[in-house]
Structure formats: C-alpha cells, structure tokens
Design a binder for this molecule. Structure first.
Ligand code: SF4
Length: 479
C-alpha cells in the first residue's frame, strides 16, 4: 500500500468553515479522485469546489486520491489516511477531458476496483463509482464503460442530491428510483440503457465556485481560486465553451468575487473561460492588487487589453501575457468567428513590453478545416514580427472536432499531415521562438473518444491494458 504523503497545505479556511478538522473521519465518507498528479488536481477549481462542498456538509468527510495511467499496478490509498476503498460510501472522479480516461482506469485499479463497470457490478459490495467533470458536458457516453453513475454537466447543486441519496443507502440497484425521489437531475445510470440527460447548468446564484484549500505543491502554487464567470458569450466555432455550444456566460458580480477572497490568501487566481470579458474586471483587480496580492487570470483576450489594464496586470505580478490566437491566418480566424486580428495581438504585445512584462505566450490551432500552407506561412511571418517586440512562446494544438460545436462534423487532418504542418512551423521559427506543440497523434485519439460511445470507452480500456501507447489506441479506435 502506498503510504500517504505528508501534505503541507493551507487548510485554515476549510477548518474554519466546517468548524472541524478536515482530517477527522465522519459518518459518511467520499473518496474524491483526480486522474492526474496532485499538482494538477489541486489546481482544478471544479475538483476543489467539490471537495469543499462535500467537506462542509454535516456528517461527511472527504479524502483525496490522485493518479496517472503510468500508476497502473501501483496500489493507491487516500492522501489523508491511506484507508482502503471499502471504507468509503462512494468514489467520485472528476474528468476534465477525453485523454484522462486511461488514468481513470488506472486510478480504479490502483484502488483495488475493476475499471470495467459491467464486471464490477457482477460483484456487489464495492463503493459506487461516480464520474463527473467538464468532459461529461461534451459527451459522457464513453464513460459508461467505467462509471456506475455519471453526473452530466455542472455538479455544484447535484452533488447535494447525490449525498442525500448516499445517506439513504444509494446503490446501483435502487439508484434510479432513489435519485428520482430526491428530484435530482443530471444523473445518468448507464446500466439502465437510458440515454444521458442534457448537461446541468447551474444558475448564477450558485456561483462563484471557489477553493478552500491551497498548496505550495500545486501547479498554481499557494493560489486561492475563485471564478468570475461561467461559460462564454463568444461564438468561436471550435470551442466547447462557446455560446453556440450552450455555454452562455453567467457573470459573478465584482463584489461577490472580492467577498470570497479570504484575508490569508496572498495569491489569487481569477478563473473563467472569458475572464477579460467580465464587465467589472477592473473593480475586482484594483482592490486585490492594492492590498498587495498577486493575481493571475486564467484567460485574457487580446481585444480587451488597454494600457490601464496591462499596467494593472503588471502590478498584479503578471510576467507573461498569454493570448489565444486560435487560427493560423486572418482568413481562418474569420472563418471560426474568433474575432481577433493581428492588430489586437500586436497592440497587446506593445502594451505588455511597455509595462515591463517579459514574455508573450500565444496559443495557436493547427489543422482547422480548409487550412493551407499559405495560412501557416502567415502564422510564421506574424509570430516572427511579434518576437521582435517580446520573446515569444508558441503553444500549438491540433484541431479536435468536439460534439456540440459548429465544427463537430468537420473532418480532422490525419496525424501524419498535422505532424508535417507542425514540422513546417518548427523549422520556420527555429531559434526565434520557443515552440510547444501538442501531439497530433493524441489529438486524433481525443477526437475519436470525444465522438464516441460506450464501445469507444471499452476500446480505450483495451488499449490501456495493452500498454497505452499510440499504436494500441490506433488499433483499437480505427474504424
Ligand atoms: S475560444 Fe475563448 S473566446 Fe472563444 S468561445 Fe471559447 S472561451 Fe469563448
């Protein structure tokens, strides 16, 4: 059994909110899993929000467990007590995106559970395996291969219905009736054969999500996280958060965001798909910066920048300005309704340089439908131009068609062709720009899973059991 690591975290807020030590075992127990290392999970606002929500319910305690696909075969225990999985009423796992499914399987196996739902259900007595998280809002069907129960969409409110039902003895057998009784929506029981429900969307009264525990070992080191809005009112054709995909923005009032920040938080992360679209962003940033805190933003649009905002961001401790460009050329950006021009990005780079920022980080998409080598040459020429203003890091992601978006049915270029385009970009910018390309092969796997169903989830499990290399996924996911 892997021993629990020594955890050094700021949990005073959690202790104050619950008026109890968070490590004390209580009557009902949830094991909250994240299919990625501790540093990633502890930077996920959704995961941290679930942890806080259940921890602050009377009679409940929550323990955490983290894992990766490479942890397959390692026996896992909870971070807090290292206790066995049978100590818990349920195992809840948050899945952000499709490529985390192998790590979910490894996590379950590491806990001593069979990753396959159907085989697990033949042996009664293990805790209920509940899966939720952002991936469920895009397409939950592949998760049916692993999960007893899927919470589809935003779980902020549904988690209480689930806990109520667990207190009444929720099992796979009585689950559909029991959850219907507490009028909890958004739950999908794959064993019933029913189709998944529409994703839950919570009202603004339940926002903002915020953390209650922060850690020096998280990727977002010692950072208190609070959301400023959920969803996005833009209409980028490739994006699963766009309003065309049902993600209209629910904005949190500036005073509610500020009120959530505890006195002892010295670093604050403002979270949202469209943070710079918040109408009261300066009212949030101003007091936080004036109180001497460092503040980070999860997303900034180039067309929202002006001199005052960039100066405020510099005072907030920002050193790298990160912008999504999301299209190799002006023609492609128009085609996907990105609404960002070269002049927006150039102006952002000049303002950042003037305010003393040290680096520009750009996110680009390669392989959008209709992309040509001329589009890529335009990206190369423009990136060179920007690198004369500030050092540039270029993150390049292959296009993945996601269900529910305008480009859901668009074809994806084969990995070999995307690799050729990535090589072209790297060769053309070598020595000028730091390039961080994502894998064309794994983007292909991601697209297959995103468009898949339970049989796709089964194929992912087989590929993972065969070693989890790209060749294994290619063989199992090929048409
Ligand atoms: S890419 Fe960004 S701006 Fe566009 S819809 Fe998605 S979250 Fe909004």
């Amino acid at each position: 059994m892997k021993r629990p690591r020594k955890v050094v975290e700021s949990s005073e807020l959690l202790a104050r909110e619950t008026r109890l030590d968070p490590f004390v075992r209580r009557r009902y127990r949830l094991l909250l899993g994240y299919p990625a290392p501790y540093r990633v999970g502890m930077s996920s606002l959704g995961y941290l929000t679930l942890h806080r929500t259940v921890s602050t319910r009377p009679h409940w305690s929550v323990e955490r467990v983290f894992g990766t696909p490479s942890a397959s075969g390692t026996r896992l225990g909870s971070l807090e007590t290292g206790g066995p999985v049978t100590d818990f009423h349920a195992v809840g796992i948050s899945v952000a995106h499709e490529l985390e499914i192998p790590a979910v399987a490894a996590l379950l196996r590491g806990l001593g559970l069979n990753p396959r739902r159907r085989e697990r259900q033949e042996l009664r007595g293990s805790p209920l395996v509940v899966v939720g998280g952002p991936m469920t809002a895009i397409n939950p069907r592949p998760l049916a291969a692993l999960a007893d129960l899927v919470v589809v969409g935003e779980a902020d409110s549904a988690i209480h219905g689930l806990c109520d039902a667990l207190e009444e003895g929720l099992t796979v057998d009585n689950g559909p009736d029991l959850l219907a009784g507490v009028k909890a929506e958004g739950f999908w029981w794959p064993h019933t054969g029913a189709p998944p429900p529409s994703p839950l969307r919570v009202g603004p009264e339940l926002l903002p999500a915020h953390s209650a525990i922060w850690s020096p070992d998280a990727e977002l080191r010692d950072m208190f996280l609070v959301e400023v809005g959920r969803g996005c009112n833009r209409a980028c054709a490739f994006c699963a958060t766009s309003r065309t995909a049902g993600g209209r923005c629910r904005v949190v009032e500036a005073k509610s965001v500020i009120a959530r920040v505890p006195d002892q938080a010295t670093r604050v992360g403002l979270v949202g798909a469209a943070v710079s679209d918040h109408p009261g962003l300066r009212e949030i940033l101003g007091p936080l910066v004036d109180s001497g805190r460092e503040v980070g933003l999860s997303s900034i649009r180039a067309d929202r920048l002006d001199e005052d905002l960039v100066a405020l961001l510099a005072r907030a401790g920002l050193r790298t300005l990160t912008l999504g460009v999301d299209g190799a050329s002006a023609r492609l950006r128009r085609q996907v309704h990105k609404g960002i021009t070269e002049e927006h990005v150039l102006q952002g780079a000049r303002l950042a340089s003037g305010a003393g920022l040290r680096r520009l980080k750009l996110y680009q998409l390669v392989g959008l439908p209709g992309e040509t080598d001329e589009d890529l040459d335009e990206m190369v020429r423009f990136t060179r131009e920007l690198s004369r203003i500030l050092p540039v890091t270029l993150g390049v992601s292959p296009f993945v068609p996601k269900p529910g978006t305008d480009l859901a049915d668009a074809s994806q270029a084969p990995p070999k062709e995307v690799d050729r385009r990535l090589r072209h970009i790297r060769k053309s910018l070598q020595g000028r720009v730091r390039i961080q390309p994502a894998s064309a092969r794994w983007a292909w796997v991601e697209a297959r899973i995103a468009q898949g169903d339970e049989s796709t989830g089964e194929a992912v499990l087989r590929a993972w059991e065969q070693g989890g290399k790209f060749a294994d996924f290619k063989r199992e996911l090929a048409d």
